[in-house]
Design a protein around this ligand. Structure first.
Ligand SMILES: N[C@@H](CCC(=O)N[C@@H](CS)C(=O)NCC(=O)O)C(=O)O
Length: 208
């Protein structure tokens, strides 16, 4: 069975949990305590030299890191990743956008709130909010013309962007000015097999 090195609060981990569940692929999770520093331990550095979750491990020992690479691979040959070359490129466009413009502002602002690091980083929060709102604006504009991020159906571009957009309020963002993003969040949530970010499934604690 597949093994996911994970942290429940993580949107990057949630992308993988969500897609595995929607594909009905059984997996078990190994929950790291990131605030305790589990990902920086020597043991975990052997799992991922980049010391980050998520990492998905196959029964034959192969491992893949980087949430968007993992969901890309899992989605191959399924309706969650189009076969059409242009739509695959559009999917990559949104995955890279997510990692460069969206996650570094929206997820980081959220993690400062959740980890009570605002005293340390609070002066950088306005920049994070400015950049995060720009990213939300890009999504709002796109969603004026399309129900989902790529083509007319739900796929991994939606999963990648849903992960931190639906918890953006935990980073101090308001979606009040983004009605199309809010309607899209509802469409994503209504997909078959959807699970919330808080759904732990079968979990073991690190170190195992
Ligand atoms: N680009 C990576 C980012 C992964 C990442 O930043 N993971 C965070 C949790 S969301 C992490 O493992 N941090 C290590 C730590 O807090 O020690 C991905 O998409 O998988």
């Amino acid at each position: 069975v597949l093994c996911l090195y994970d942290y429940l609060t993580s949107g990057n981990g949630y992308k993988v949990r969500l897609l595995l569940t929607q594909l009905a692929i059984p997996f078990r999770r190994i929950e790291l305590d990131l605030p305790r520093g589990d990902a920086r331990s020597e043991g975990f550095q052997r799992i991922n030299p980049n010391r980050r979750i998520p990492v998905l491990e196959w029964p034959d020992g192969r491992r893949l890191a980087e949430s968007n690479a993992i969901i890309w691979h899992l989605a191959e040959g399924t309706p969650y990743l189009p076969a059409d070359a242009w739509q695959r490129a559009e999917t990559l466009q949104w995955l890279f956008f997510e990692q460069y413009d969206h996650e570094p502002s929206i997820a980081v602002a959220r993690s400062w709130h959740l980890k009570n690091l605002l005293e340390k980083y609070g002066d950088q929060l306005p920049q994070k909010h400015e950049r995060g709102y720009l990213a939300l604006g890009v999504m709002e504009q796109h969603l004026a013309e399309a129900p989902f991020m790529v083509g007319r159906s739900y796929g991994i571009a939606d999963i990648a962007l849903y992960a931190y957009t639906h918890v953006a309020h935990e980073g101090g963002f308001s979606l009040a000015r983004y009605p199309r993003v809010r309607a899209w969040l509802d469409r994503v949530k209504a997909q078959p097999g959807h699970i919330p970010i808080t759904e732990p499934g079968e979990t073991t604690r690190w170190p195992t």
